[in-house]
Structure formats: C-alpha cells, structure tokens
Design a protein around this ligand. Sequence first.
Ligand SMILES: [Zn+2]
Length: 425
Amino acid sequence: MLYKLLFNKRMIRVPLVLAGLVGLAGCQALQTADRGLYQAVEMVSENDRVTGRRSLSLADRNAQIRQGNQYIEQLLAEERQAGRKLNGELDRAQYQRLVRLFDRIQRISHLRQERWQPLLIDRDSFNAFTTGGTYIVVHLGLMEQLPDDDEVAAVVGHEIAHTVANHVGESQGHRIASQLSGSKAARSGAYQAAFTHENEREADRIGILYSALAGFDPYAASRIWQRQYLLEGNARALMLHDHPVNAERAEEARQVAAAVASYYRPGQQNPHYEALLENNALWQAQQPGPEAGAGGGVLALLSTVTDTWLQHEQAKAEAARQQQRSAFVKAVEARMTLLESRTLAGNRLQTRWQYRASAPPLNQLVIGLLVQQGEQLSRHVAHIDGVVRPNGQFVAEFNLPETLPVQDLPSLPVRFYVDDVVPAQ
Ligand SMILES: [Zn+2]
C-alpha cells in the first residue's frame, strides 16, 4: 500500500500533521500507532549509511549479504567448472596487490566492521563489480591495465561505495516503486539510465573520499575517466542510452577530489577518518530524530516518502538533461559533411569536415569512427582542438591500432559519428 502513495505530493502533508500530533499529545494510542508505523517503514526502507537519509529498500543488510553472496558463489562454482583459476592461483603478485589495496580502503569504509573479500577472476577486460554482499570481483585485465596503485584503489573504493550506498537494494525497491507508481516517465529507458547515472555519481563521490582517507591520491579516479575519454570519447554510439559520459565524469571526479584533498596524507590513513566519514566537505550527518513511539514512525515514513520522491524527481530531471544533450549532438551530427579522407604514415587516417550551420560555434568536439572487422566492432576517436565555427572546416585525425591497418579501411563497413560536443561560450 505504501508504494501507491509514494509519488503523490499531497500525501506528504498528512504525515507532517500526524508528526505534530504525536509530538504534542503524547497520547498512548498515537504512540502505539507511531511504533507500528515505524516497524512498517523499517520493513521497506533503510537509513542511508552515508547521509542518514532514509530510502526505499526491500532487504535488510543480512538479507542483502545472503542474496549478493549467493550470486558470487554461483559465479565461483562456474569458474571452477570451466577450469579457470582464481585469486593467488591465477596471478600471485596481482592478487596480493589487490588484497593489500583493498584492505586499506575497506578498513576506513562505512562497512569496516564486516568481513569482506576481494576476488580476482580470469578475464582480460577492464571491469570490477559488486552484488551488494561482502565480495568485490575484479578482472585480472583491470589489474594489468592499471599499474598505478592509486587508480586500483579508486576502482575498489567505487565498488565498496555501491554497497555502502545500498544501490543494489535501492534499485530493487526503486523498480517496484516505479512499476506500482504507474509513473510513465519512471518506466522509460532514459529514466532508468539516469537513475543508474545518479548511483554512479554517488559511488564516485564516496569512493573518492575513501581514497583520500586511506592515503591514496583522490585525483586518481578523475585520471581514469580522463584517459578513458581520450581513448574512446564518450562511447556514445555503442550505448543504448547516453550514459554517464566520460568527460563529465572526469570533471566531476576532479571537483570531488579538490573538495577532499585536504584529508589526503600520501600513503597514510587519515587519523581522523572516523569523524570525517560522518562530517566532511561532501556531506554532514543528520541528527538522530525522535524514537519510535514519539513521532519516529511518522518521521521515518515522511523521510522515506520525501527522499524517494526527491530521487525520482532528480532522475527525471537528469533524464531530461541527457535527452536534451543527446538531441544537440544529433543535430550537430546532421550538419557535418565529410569532405575527404586520406591515409597518413604511422597508420593514421586523416579526415576533413565541413560544419554547415548558422549557429552555434562548437567546442570539445570529438569525432568517432566505428569499424566492423568480421565479428569485431571497434571504436576510435579523434579530439578536435579549439573552436569549430559555423560553416568552418576542421580536420579529424585517427591513430589506428596495429590490428587495423589503415589501407584495409576502404573494404570494411565504417561509420563516422559525433561522439561529444558542447556549444562554445
Ligand atoms: Zn559503478
């Protein structure tokens, strides 16, 4: 029943009035009702470990651990069945490195009282994930591609943060809430992508704070996204929705790092980390509210309703912003004409373009190139320096990998696209 009320703004006034009544009257019946209400809200929501805010979540921490770990144990069984090695058996040095970095981060995290375990699996891709339990899974490829310990710590911190912020539980509760709310916007793909985007942002923020408190360079996360942006732009053409884009993420991560940089003691745990987890430049802990029976139940309901509604509104606004951005990129793309392309020494492809438009001038332009080689789809980007003026021409130069000889291009299916662009000021 509670879900039905979640997105109805008028309902928020009712608990406010009730909260006042319980507080003033101290009436026995109301206290009992408030306790019952508190228990009911407890069942479907959880206090955010970071901000103390309450949000919709269907499983308590023990259930989350059971559920999350069950998935991982199944994965481990499959790995063994397929004859793939794990952890130290797979790569002793990389596993020891992972455990060492992992322990330093987990020890200063909001879930430091739990016993966690990192797992190293035999995949060469750049990936790591959590399922909300007490494991994080890291691909060997990620460890090999990140020789910098601070950058591995940034990834580990981000993954632990997903569980700390209860993103697995929240997205389950959220999916049900959006189904039952009958909100059309909430069922759209763009909205779901925006919700994920918000979670990624939150995990980045918490993870960067963890890095600083554990003695790792807080700017490492920003470096990863910046490098990713140079390599693949925003990877627009391969995404179903326009997703947390690398350029924005690098910039946001840099701002967060600047905010927490004063907590960073290179190579050392910050001695005040416990206090800083509660109150820091990114968030302030909330004062504990009244207890169950003294208005706590009503407040818990109120807080769940408003926070869930707020998250919903935020995700809606973010979806609208991303759609607008995506429409702008597409409009620019429609005004681009390829004038010529030629091969250069060093396996480079040079293309010359015309931007046919009356306005606006463009900045941060990235041209993408998709190439189909058999089953393989590869993506390459060229970053254009400076501002591109209306009706101006510009050159985009692609550095191709050895696996794609530039002279093969004419015989392969290729597609150019605009990967990233912002209007110049
Ligand atoms: Zn993430």
